[in-house]
Write a protein of this length. Structure first.
Length: 224
């Protein structure tokens, strides 16, 4: 069976890697964004913390869909890898703890925009924990998903993830996913979208993404 034929009958997990890379980039950038907030600039602090909250919510939904729809199936169908799946669940719990701590620190930071270092350090630890988890998931879990899950089950996970994003933020999120992806990854990701969604990205999404990127990072995004 060729690779292309396999991907028509079994899950194609490449899209998840592209989404993972977006999480990696954005969470890795957060500590520097916090440290660059001028002392006392509560407006700027609110922009950075609000973006972190948006990322935290997206990551929470991403992990919840795995907790509900991925781990139980793998535990049932790949029992020899139960220890690995349980380790993935433990990593989710660790990441959730760091997210909760950062959210509490972020709420305090927005009130006066001073002493952002505790928040920046927590975000650094969060990024490291996320890197470790995503790397192991891509190396060990995604091949299992391709082997033991059906295409419909995998698509259900993707549908839940998209449904968790507010409608008015879908195109902006798409921009952050595509930004930093390779040309081949962008072609692959866009090819899986309906024509209407690709048109909306071309007509409205690029502009909305660039505006949001400037608001958060203070610079123009690299062209793509």
């Amino acid at each position: 069976m060729t690779t292309s034929t396999a991907h028509t009958t079994r899950p194609d997990t490449r899209e998840m890697v592209v989404v993972h890379n977006c999480f990696r980039r954005q969470f890795a950038a957060l500590p520097a964004l916090v440290r660059r907030v001028p002392s006392g600039d509560t407006d700027r602090a609110a922009v950075v913390v609000t973006y972190f909250e948006e990322l935290a919510t997206a990551l929470h939904h991403h992990h919840t869909s795995e907790d509900d729809l991925l781990w139980p199936k793998l535990l049932d169908r790949a029992p020899t890898d139960a220890a690995l799946v349980l380790r993935m669940e433990e990593q989710h719990e660790r990441i959730a703890e760091l997210l909760s701590r950062a959210q509490s620190q972020g709420a305090r930071f927005t009130t006066a925009a001073v002493d952002g270092e505790p928040l920046a350090k927590t975000l650094t630890a969060l990024s490291a924990a996320l890197d470790e988890h995503l790397g192991e998931e891509e190396q060990r879990i995604l091949p299992m998903a391709e082997q033991f899950m059906t295409l419909a089950e995998w698509q259900e996970m993707g549908d839940r993830g998209r449904a968790s994003i507010p409608q008015d933020r879908l195109l902006v999120f798409l921009g952050f996913i595509l930004h930093g992806a390779t040309p081949g990854e962008r072609r692959m990701f866009l090819s899986e979208m309906p024509f209407a969604a690709r048109l909306a990205w071309s007509v409205l999404g690029r502009r909305a993404f660039r505006k949001d990127y400037r608001r958060i990072y203070g610079t123009e995004p690299a062209a793509f």
